[in-house]
Design a protein around this ligand. Sequence first.
Ligand SMILES: [Zn+2]
Length: 461
Amino acid sequence: MSTLLVKNATLLVTMDSARRELAGGGLFVRDGFIEAVGPSADLPTAADTILDLHGCLVLPGLVNTHHHFYQTLTRAIPAAQNANLFNWLKTLYPIWAGLTPEDIFISTQTALSELALSGCTTASDHLYLFPNGSSLDDEIAAALEVGVRLQASRGSMSLGESKGGLPPDSVVDSEESILRDSVRLIERYHDPKPGARIQIVLAPCSPFSVTGDLMRQSAALARQYGVHLHTHLAETQDEEAFCLQQFGYRPVAYMQSVNWIGPDVWFAHSVHVSQPEIELYARTGCGVAHCPSSNMRLASGIAPLRQYMQAGVKAGRGVDGSASNDSSHLLAEARQAMLLARLSAGLAGASLSTGGAPALLTAREALELATRGGADVLGRSDIGSLEAGKCADFIAIRLDKLEYAGALHDPVSAAVFCAPQHVDWNVVGGKIIVQDGQLLTVDVPRLVEKHNRAAARLVDR
Ligand SMILES: [Zn+2]
């Protein structure tokens, strides 16, 4: 049994059902779970570890709902800098074909280090190619060392160029081996209990890189084991044209046809959707991982975030892979989402307020999508807010930073409106992984050196 007391936060944002924000607030944690939240004076005074967070803003840990960690090795590749999705993929697939198990390990640690320092306590990752003997095990081993919770999505590609798909045949696998490995990973790693460090998700990559048959079989397998399903959907107009031509359906209708609609499914992007498709998501519980930087970077379009929220669709935030962001800064992504939603509202001619409800996405809404929203999308009721019974996953940011000077009229909004900062504390399940701005679990300078060596080898092959 171990206990942790957090006290005297300048402001503690709970994101509980009443959205309480507590001046002078704190938490009492036992064995990784929150036992009490409230004014510091109301909490026990003794604990094994005591954190006095006077001068800090405390928030629930941020949740990342979409990423491809391995892409940190191929950021800002000149030939892929100015391409849209399909051309960008065609440029990068041959490079990714050189990935090794060590590359997966190193890039996972790099992405998770960036995520941890920018406030993430739970990350979903989507690994969908396994060249040269690499496997999801490499990623999981790396993540366990960093200490961020991982929803490890067992991705897959089975529809190569020779069968009408987009990826070259060299990076696709047989459906039989994909399904066999999916079963192995679920049985070995998936932990359904509250406080899980690792959960497995089944994640065929996209409509243009797997067959309908693999989609159907993955859905059946996921439901047999009670794990969630994830894929890219309605990301670009090229994808919509591909689905109409190949399957005779728009992307969402195609998902219906392969049994991929339900509360255990979340889609990355969903930029190009109609109002009835938004309503279908809301009615059936499908979630969306909104990735604004990637959508801007690849000129994919603007996802209808406000319409998702108004319809009651579960929506969370994703940084997306680091070859289309090219960053894993989750707090920066909250800011991008807020700014892009505002631009979208402006382009649609929205007035500043409608009947008292602001039409512009607020900083608090942006943070809610990155905390409670992300937890809902991943189907995790044990994270996303600071409440008794939930995981002790939280971050703290010092408010005396240069970048926040003059913004302390509203410290919560400062964290989103002002230049994105690194966090000073990151605690996952009561375990401190960032202390005074330093990541405790990884030797970052050494990692950067190894990562740059691996990136150079991969690209210069
Ligand atoms: Zn993606």
